[in-house]
Every structure is written in structure tokens, then in C-alpha cells.
Write a protein that binds this ligand. Structure first.
Ligand SMILES: CC(C)(COP(=O)(O)OP(=O)(O)OC[C@H]1O[C@@H](n2cnc3c(N)ncnc32)[C@H](O)[C@@H]1OP(=O)(O)O)[C@@H](O)C(=O)NCCC(=O)NCCS
Length: 176
């Protein structure tokens, strides 16, 4: 398996990964999120990676910057979205994409990595709900138990909870 940076040329492969992996209720919105994060023109672009196996793109992950609402100061990243083609699931590809991301983002210094997803999966990588209590998501959550965080490096919680702002493609209430 090879993990490499995704480019605009990968747009259709990225879309297809999500269309194949997700349920009908969310496949359109999440595949569009992945494409929008990949193609948005911004000073602080998302990290977007593809896992290749058997010569095809089989997995994708994106990490985008998070700021305090009303400020340009980056306080961390959010992991979203992530998917692996059903044909290649349960081979460690999702885990490898997450671990590589954690390693890479940790190089930037003390920070926090947020995620909104299944604690049964993300708990394996050190995410927990208590670290996330210091960060107020931009919209009310349909599944509050899915709001988790993982410290990157020598992180200390902020004195009071911070309301966060995400990259433009994540500013869609239905995603939360
Ligand atoms: C979640 C996903 C990315 C995992 O990818 P993967 O390459 O199969 O992951 P890994 O091989 O590293 O890990 C597989 C393990 O995670 C478990 N797992 C997968 N989804 C899970 C979930 N939602 N909750 C708990 N465990 C989960 C599998 O049962 C498997 O367990 P095992 O190691 O005990 O057999 C993939 O299943 C997927 O694309 N799902 C649909 C998209 C999605 O739900 N994305 C958001 C993640 S919450």
C-alpha cells in the first residue's frame, strides 16, 4: 500500500471512494465535502491523502485547519472525512491513514486533532470525548457522543471552552 498526497487530478477517484463506502443518506454530501476540501483555493489548504493498493485509489483522508471563531489563529485540525473502499476494508488502510496523519501533524508542535465520528473506531487512535469538551463545534451535533479529540504533542487544555471555526466546506449544518 502506498500513501500519497491527493491532487485535483484525483477528484473523481476521491468522490468514488466515498460513493462506494458510505450509505445512501450521506454519500452525496460527504463525497462532495471530500472534493471541496481537495479543490478549495485557500491560504490554509487541507491535507488530503490517498491510499493506493493494487494500482488503484482505495482510501482517502483529509485534515483541515481549525481556528478560534473570529480569529485567524489555528488551534488544531479536524479529521474529516475518511473512507476506504469496501473491497479493501479491514486491511489496516484506515488505521494507516490516521496514524500517518497524526505523525505528520504532530511535527507542527502542540496542537489538537478533532474528529466527529464513531468512538468505537477513533478510540483506537487515542481520541476521547473529554479532550473535545474544550472545543465547541460550529453547529449543534446530531450525535454529541461522536465529538472527540486527540492531543498532538504536549497539549494543555484551554482555560475555557473555545468556539471553533472550520474550513468553508465544513460550514454546512447538515454535516454536523
Ligand atoms: C471506517 C473505515 C474508514 C475503516 O477503514 P478500514 O481500512 O477498514 O480500517 P482498518 O482496517 O484500519 O480497521 C478495521 C477495524 O475497524 C473496525 N471498524 C470499522 N468501522 C468501525 C466503526 N464505525 N466503529 C467501530 N469499529 C469500526 C472494523 O470492524 C475492524 O475491526 P477489527 O480490526 O477488529 O477487525 C471504513 O470502514 C469505511 O470507509 N467506512 C465507511 C466510511 C465511514 O464510516 N467513515 C467514517 C469513520 S467513523
Amino acid at each position: 500500500m502506498l500513501i500519497r498526497t491527493a491532487t485535483r487530478q484525483d477528484m473523481e477517484s476521491v468522490r468514488d471512494i466515498y460513493l462506494s463506502a458510505l450509505d445512501a443518506g450521506e454519500r452525496e454530501s460527504i463525497s462532495q465535502l471530500a472534493v471541496d476540501l481537495l479543490t478549495q483555493d485557500t491560504a490554509a489548504p487541507a491535507l488530503s491523502w490517498i491510499a493506493e493498493a493494487d494500482g488503484i485509489a482505495v482510501g482517502h483522508i483529509a485534515f483541515s485547519p481549525v481556528t478560534v471563531k473570529g480569529s485567524a489563529e489555528r488551534i488544531g485540525f479536524i479529521l474529516a472525512p475518511l473512507a476506504v473502499r469496501p473491497s479493501h476494508q479491514k486491511r489496516g488502510i484506515g488505521s494507516e491513514l490516521i496514524r500517518r496523519g497524526i505523525d505528520r501533524l504532530s511535527e507542527a508542535g502542540p496542537d489538537i486533532l478533532l474528529v466527529y465520528g464513531d468512538p468505537g473506531y477513533y478510540g483506537r487512535f487515542g481520541f476521547d470525548t473529554s479532550s473535545a469538551e474544550s472545543y465547541i463545534p460550529p453547529y449543534p451535533l446530531t450525535y454529541p457522543f461522536g465529538w472527540q479529540a486527540r492531543p498532538l504533542g504536549d497539549w494543555t487544555p484551554p482555560a475555557s471552552a473555545l468556539r471553533i471555526e472550520c474550513a468553508a466546506p465544513l460550514n454546512e449544518p447538515a454535516l454536523w
